[in-house]
Unconditional design. Structure first.
Length: 275
């Protein structure tokens, strides 16, 4: 198998990023986020994914500092929101996120959404942030092939990561292959379909073969495809359950069956037609 909760992936700029982490989208700010992040770090998670839009950057910072772990052991991702696109605005937004987190550097800074018009200028700001050592890596989120082609046509830095919604029910092979071709790591958000397919009998049948829950099958599927997985949960028991995916391997025939479930299911945003 070779994968463990501590496994890291080398990004295209040499930075090593954990392959598994906690997403904190829609986790309420304050004690709930702090408790979720604290639990995750205790279990062995070393990647925490937040964003300005989530409103809980402060609490992520509090929990990471309170963990007692060295700063360089925990990989922190945050993102520039739609209202902050543009060169100077994005630079200011990054500084505000950095202040809320309470860290001198961020490990990965992403463009949250391919907002038309200003995203090229925003990327130039991210390139400056990385060049100055304030972010160890930069990337994008919700970028489909046309957005990536546009970016690469003018970028000095190739994105290290593209974070997109991914599950067996949403398996956009074209953008995945494009990212592989350009050495852009693919990171999966909402891998558990926000619960929409948790009761699917086909998933349950696969889970029974391995003595695993449906969420564990969904996460392991992504890991075996080489995706970085960031399942979201605020409940300690689910945070622990989601991490118990490194003691088994889904066989090739079952992976093919899971691959065939694609139905274009979006449970978050659909950026496909974003100009």
């Amino acid at each position: 198998m070779g994968l463990s909760i501590g496994s890291r992936m080398k990004l295209n700029n040499g930075v090593e990023m954990p392959i598994f982490g906690l997403g904190v989208w829609q986790i309420p700010a304050g004690a709930t986020t702090q408790r979720a992040v604290t639990t995750a770090l205790e279990v062995g998670y070393r990647l925490i994914d937040t964003a300005k839009f989530y409103g809980n950057e402060v609490d992520v910072g509090i929990a990471v500092r309170g963990s007692g772990l060295p700063r360089d052991e925990v990989f922190i991702t945050t993102k520039v929101w739609n209202d902050d696109h543009g060169y100077e605005t994005a630079l200011k937004a990054f500084e505000a996120s950095r202040k809320r987190l309470g860290f001198s550097t961020v490990d990965l800074y992403l463009i949250h959404w391919p907002v038309p018009g200003l995203r090229k200028e925003t990327w130039k700001a991210l390139e400056k942030i990385q060049k100055e050592g304030k972010a160890r890596a930069i990337g994008v989120s919700n970028y489909m092939v046309p957005h990536l082609e546009e970016l690469l046509a003018s970028a000095e830095v190739v994105p290290a990561v593209n974070q997109i919604e991914l599950s067996p029910f949403l398996y956009p092979k074209e953008v995945i292959e494009f990212c592989k071709k350009h050495a852009i790591a693919v990171e999966a958000y909402s891998p558990l379909t926000k619960g929409h397919r948790i009761n699917d009998p086909r998933l349950k049948a696969v889970g029974q073969k391995y003595g695993k829950t449906v969420p564990q099958i969904l996460i392991r599927w992504g890991l075996q495809h080489g995706f970085i997985e960031i399942p979201k949960s605020s409940r300690p028991e689910h945070i622990k359950e989601n991490a118990q995916v490194f003691d088994f391997e889904i066989r090739a025939d079952d992976m093919r069956a899971l691959d065939s479930l694609g139905e274009g299911l979006h449970v978050a945003w659909d950026p496909t037609d974003e100009p």
